[in-house]
Design a protein around this ligand. Structure first.
Ligand SMILES: Cc1cc2nc3c(=O)[nH]c(=O)nc-3n(C[C@H](O)[C@H](O)[C@H](O)COP(=O)(O)O)c2cc1C
Length: 382
């Protein structure tokens, strides 16, 4: 069962088209939801789409198991009509296998095929896939061409601004190779491979790449607010932006960015009632998708939402002990009550009350305990 749609303050409305991917897929809000291993599953993508992302990408799947009809790989690609258009992402370095994988994705009904050329993980790179392609523009072209020849849907590429800051092909060369192969759009994560997901984003590299090609360029890296998105567009001239971690526990960021990029005034941030509705919807979506296992995978999502209120870290600890749907549901009910109490206290200028389960517990003394590595459980994955 899926709870009612989000509260009205989370709604967005789209304007006219900005451009079409491959002449087919209309892009209106100019904001994409990034592929993220372990995170961008169907319930997350649905939320992203409903809050204004033009398109949401699946986590990457490897091309070889996909063409061998591997069940687990196909499970990662489960989609639903209400999230369309969904962008499936494949990873691999062998043009022939990638072409066959692209054909499989088209046969599965996806409206496009995205190719991962940015994964920095060693075991992926050692197979000549992911970011390894950044060292070989000719291979980029060959992989893209193989996919374009094997599928009639648009083929897009997500790559980084380079393998390293020196001595390898720059973003202009990489994007030109993708365009030459027939890519309909390239998303550039403005960091090189050694940076993984941290450090400065190279606006200049994205801007130069944008100037060098005629296909749409989507810019990615470090966008955490509508202002960041405006800076990205101003500094790079990109056609759209892609958001990854900035939307952790904040799907309404897509709405905020969409409004900023299409010249609409900002809306007030969502209230906690609306956020709690989203949290419940997210949990029920994970249960629908994965059954009881969905509880374990939901822990990480819950911890994102728990970040912003006092004692959220203690709710997070409870979430990490929950394995049964009913236990997680009860925890979310407690959280809603806590959020309401915090909101009421803020309105009268009082101190927020300690949540009932922490009354008398010495840990209650610290409402915001430091948690090393809070967000990087999957930090090695791209
Ligand atoms: C946990 C995690 C998993 C990721 N998985 C993928 C992936 O499967 N495919 C991909 O192209 N990028 C992946 N990325 C990279 C993101 O799509 C994005 O490029 C990166 O996080 C920078 O954007 P951000 O600063 O908005 O988060 C991943 C990033 C993170 C943090």
């Amino acid at each position: 069962m899926t709870p009612a749609a989000a509260a009205p303050d989370l709604a967005y409305e789209a304007l006219g088209e900005a451009f079409r991917i491959g002449g087919r897929i209309p892009i209106r809000n100019r904001v994409f939801a990034a592929p993220m291993c372990g995170a961008s599953k169907l319930p997350y993508r649905r939320l992203a789409r409903r809050h204004g992302a033009d398109i949401a990408y699946t986590e990457m799947v490897k091309a070889y198991p996909l063409v061998r009809d591997d069940r687990k790989t196909k499970e990662l690609l489960v989609t639903a009509p209400d999230e369309a258009p969904c962008g499936p992402q494949i990873c691999g370095g062998d043009p022939d296998t990638m072409g066959r994988a692209a054909a499989v994705l088209e046969a599965m009904g996806f409206p496009l095929v995205d190719i991962n050329m940015g994964c920095p993980v060693k075991r992926v790179v050692n197979e000549g896939a992911g970011a390894a392609l950044l060292k070989d523009p000719a291979k980029i072209e060959a992989v893209v061409r193989a996919c374009v020849q094997a599928a009639t849907v648009p083929v897009t590429v997500k790559l980084r601004s380079g393998w390293s800051h020196q001595g390898h092909a720059d973003a202009v060369t990489l994007v030109r190779a993708a365009e030459q192969g027939g890519a309909a759009l390239v998303c550039i994560h403005g960091r090189v491979r050694s940076q993984h997901h941290e450090g400065d984003v190279d606006f200049d590299a994205i801007a130069r790449a944008k100037q060098a090609v005629s296909i749409p360029i989507v810019a990615n890296g470090g966008i955490e607010s509508a202002e960041d998105a405006l800076v990205m567009v101003r500094e790079t001239g990109c056609d759209a932006v892609m958001i990854g971690r900035g939307a952790y526990g904040r799907p309404w960021l897509f709405r905020d960015v969409a409004r900023a990029l299409t010249g609409r005034p900002p809306l007030p941030p969502p209230g906690w009632e609306g956020i709690c509705d989203v949290m419940e919807e997210h949990l029920e979506g994970m249960l629908d998708l994965l059954g009881v296992v969905g509880v374990r995978l939901y822990r990480k999502y819950a911890s994102w939402y728990f970040r912003d209120l006092p004692w959220g870290a203690h709710f997070r600890d409870r979430a990490y002990r929950a394995s049964e749907p009913e236990v997680m549901r009860a925890l979310l009910r407690d959280w809603r009550e806590h959020a309401r109490a915090c909101e009421a206290a803020a309105a009268t200028g009082e101190r927020p009350p300690v949540p009932a389960f922490l009354v008398g517990d010495p840990r209650a003394a610290d409402p915001f305990p430091a948690r090393p590595g809070d967000d990087d459980e999957d930090g090695t994955c791209e």
